[in-house]
Ligand binder design. Sequence first.
Ligand SMILES: C[S@@+](CC[C@H](N)C(=O)[O-])C[C@H]1O[C@@H](n2cnc3c(N)ncnc32)[C@H](O)[C@@H]1O
Length: 276
Amino acid sequence: MALHGTSPKIYLFQKSNAFSVLKTYFHILFGRSNLVRLALKMRLKDRKTIEKQGNLPLINLHKSLEVIRNQSLEKYPHYDYGAGYNYQSFSELNLSGFRATETRVSALDLNDVLSGKTVLDIGSNMGSVLFNVRESIKYGLGVEINEFLVEQSQLIAKHLKVNNKLEFQSIPFEQVSKTQHEFDAILSLANHSTFDGNTKQSLDSYFHKIHNLLTDDGILIFESHPPELEPADSLQKTINLMADYFLTTKVDVQGLDGFLDKNRTYFFCKKKNEQI
Ligand SMILES: C[S@@+](CC[C@H](N)C(=O)[O-])C[C@H]1O[C@@H](n2cnc3c(N)ncnc32)[C@H](O)[C@@H]1O
């Protein structure tokens, strides 16, 4: 069996899965990519927990999510942030991921900061940030270019019975228009540029668009990429551009020590309302 750097297609939630479990261990032992191996370990751990709980609707949800993920491995040609599983965790549903969503939401105090607001999440991935603040916000829209991630978000929204309050659209942020929506808060979490090459607009257009989509007293919440991907000089250029449109306040964030969470830079930004 040839091993590639990408994730194998594995079904752990089908009826007879002994072969799949063996295949998973084989790829964990001999796989070439550390991320894929980590993702497979997380999948085994989550499956074990869920099976122990015996919660049928949750098992069925995982089964459906797995089918979508495997379709994505076949059909989505761009970078896979979750290496075959999840980039974002969503602990409530036993979904592990490379980014600790709950810790991030609590470190940024998002339930409080976003309370009662209409929120746009740019590049919402699996939707975990919006799911974690669903009780406190007024309305949330996640836009995500990867239709397979959006399909997963929509299934989760249905499972949680929040599809009246949270919407997920498979469109690039470039296509969101002010005529459709205006937001009290916009989340730009590791999305001002993207590793997959799917962000087509310039940084200036990006911040200009966010400015335009916000209400007059709207806020932007900004997260950088990790320093290995976004060196200090390049981040400073981004911050300078952002400051053309916003009053920026750096946030001291504690407790984010996961391998993809640590050392990022965060800003809470207020919209400048003078002529831009
Ligand atoms: C680095 S991940 C960040 C995900 C999420 N914001 C978070 O912080 O957990 C970037 C995400 O943006 C999506 N993406 C890339 N280009 C996009 C675009 N032009 N419009 C919307 N989503 C995009 C990717 O598919 C991916 O899910």
